[in-house]
Design a protein. Structure first.
Ligand code: HEM
Length: 439
């Protein structure tokens, strides 16, 4: 079902190829970093992440070309920033590096390449003063008091999901635990009908899905139709909450000074931001904690011996996984970064995933180390005025999960390598087969 009056085909211009589609085609034959000419290395190639080749490609760029240039027809010119200090400096400088032209790789909309996607503008894709005003509307989601209030509910649900896991049988951790727990919390934050909560998971998956045969969505038209269905669903909630406000996110946006008068298609941006922000990221962190501890069994042993290490596990896993690989900015002026001449309007991808592997900041950065003294210096939540609003919520969910896991299970054992998300932006897993053994 679509929003009345909005026909998705009106927004579809077949002449515009989104960069992720072009990259999916161009990047198919990716090989080892050492065999690839430097100028052909492209950090935004989604195949690097399904094949796990990103580590070597990123390490080579950090060593040889930490401010790296690429240009493709659909996305134009873009620079990849690979070192910790440069990423942090750019993220902290909104006056020179704007968010207003998009948070992911892609060209600015023009009247000719009008598409629905380009009208969807969440406040993460704004600069002050608009950003400041809209961010304020939902600031309470991350406030320590709200997070504390939610903890007992999160624990209750975590226990219920963990108690229902089959003993000694292989099951998919992503679907059974990570997706279920993050979706339950998100439905609570939106006061979304519980029986429909998997719609939130679906819309979250669709937002950054690269349309391709056999993919999450097969065509751009299908993607738009599903997002319009999301909009129509939230419109109903919006109208309901205008009359009967609660303390949920829809009520906050429907009554917020800076957001209440927006057009329906325009507030879809903020809704999708909150859906994706609270869903993919935390889900992939939960899966990563199980996968990562199995990859470093000595660290898993340490954790079992000393559950007090959960407080270090949380930032260390968020660093190691880096669930969003990068955020984009756009240069407001000609400038120089690392000796490279950046032109006004060039896109700049701040690769958090690379910054978090920077050996000048994190020793033995590729490994999980539960005694790492500076894990909380990671940049996975960004830095500066757009710093993640859900960071405390995400940390609390991961902490509660491991507090309850350690009490119940001898071990969670990974049975096979995970399947990975086909994306250069969402760094995650679509499947992780595991077995649990109860105490
Ligand atoms: C491990 C989990 C998470 C990670 C890694 C993550 C990561 C990020 C990153 C990288 C940014 C952009 C920062 C920048 O541009 O400097 C961001 C912004 C944001 N995140 Fe998260 N996030 C997580 C969980 C959440 C949750 C649970 C929510 C909400 C329920 C959320 C809501 C938001 C919002 C609303 C913004 C936009 C802030 C702004 O533009 O001012 N995030 N997040």
């Amino acid at each position: 079902m679509s929003e009345p009056g909005l026909d998705p085909s009106e927004f579809l211009n077949p002449d515009v190829i989104p960069p992720d589609v072009e990259l999916a085609e161009l990047g198919k034959d990716v090989g080892a970093a050492a065999d690839t000419p430097l100028e052909d290395i492209n950090p935004a190639n989604p195949h690097l992440f399904t094949s796990e080749l990103w580590r070597d490609h990123f390490a080579r760029l950090r060593a040889e070309d930490p401010v790296h240039f690429n240009e493709i027809e659909s996305a134009g010119r873009y620079w990849s920033i690979m070192n910790y200090d440069d990423v942090r400096a750019i993220d902290g400088d909104w006056q020179n590096f704007s968010s207003a032209k998009g948070m992911t790789l892609g060209l600015r909309p023009t009247p000719e390449n009008n598409s629905m996607f380009q009208r969807i503008t969440p406040f993460i894709s704004m600069d002050p003063p608009e950003h400041t005003a809209q961010r304020k509307t939902v600031r309470s989601i991350g406030a320590p008091g709200s997070v504390r209030n939610l903890e007992s509910l999160v624990r209750e649900r975590t226990v219920k999901v963990l108690e229902s896991l089959p003993d000694g049988e292989t099951f998919d951790w992503v679907e059974t635990v990570s997706v279920e727990l993050t979706t339950l919390l998100l439905a609570t934050l939106f006061d979304f009908p519980m029986e429909d909560r998997r719609k939130l998971t679906r819309w979250s998956d669709v937002v950054f899905a690269v349309p391709r045969p056999g993919g999450v969505v097969e065509t751009r038209l299908q993607k738009m139709e599903e997002l319009l269905e999301c909009l129509a669903y939230f419109e109903r909630l919006w109208v309901e909450r205008l009359e009967n406000p609660g303390s949920d996110l829809v009520s906050m946006l429907a009554h917020g000074e800076a957001t209440k008068d927006m057009e329906p298609l325009d507030h879809l941006g903020n809704l999708l931001l909150l859906i994706v922000g609270g869903n993919d990221t935390t889900r992939n962190t939960m899966t990563s904690s199980v996968y990562g501890l199995n990859k470093y069994p000595d660290q898993y042993d340490k954790l079992i011996a000393d559950p007090g290490l959960i407080s270090n596990l949380v930032p260390e896993i968020i660093r190691w996984q880096t669930p969003l690989t990068y955020m984009r900015r756009t240069a407001n002026n000609d400038c120089e970064i690392g000796g490279k001449q950046i032109r006004k309007n060039d896109q700049i991808l701040m690769w958090y995933l690379s910054a978090n592997r920077d050996e000048t900041v994190f020793d033995n950065a590729d490994a999980i180390d539960l005694e790492r003294h500076n894990a909380d210096r990671h940049l996975s939540f960004g830095y500066g005025i757009h710093f993640c609003m859900g960071s405390r919520l995400a940390e609390m969910q991961l902490r509660v999960l491991w507090e309850e896991v350690l009490q119940r299970f001898e071990r969670i054992e990974v049975q096979a390598e995970p399947e990975r998300t086909f994306s250069a932006f969402v760094h995650g897993y679509t499947n992780l087969p595991v077995k649990v053994t109860r105490r």
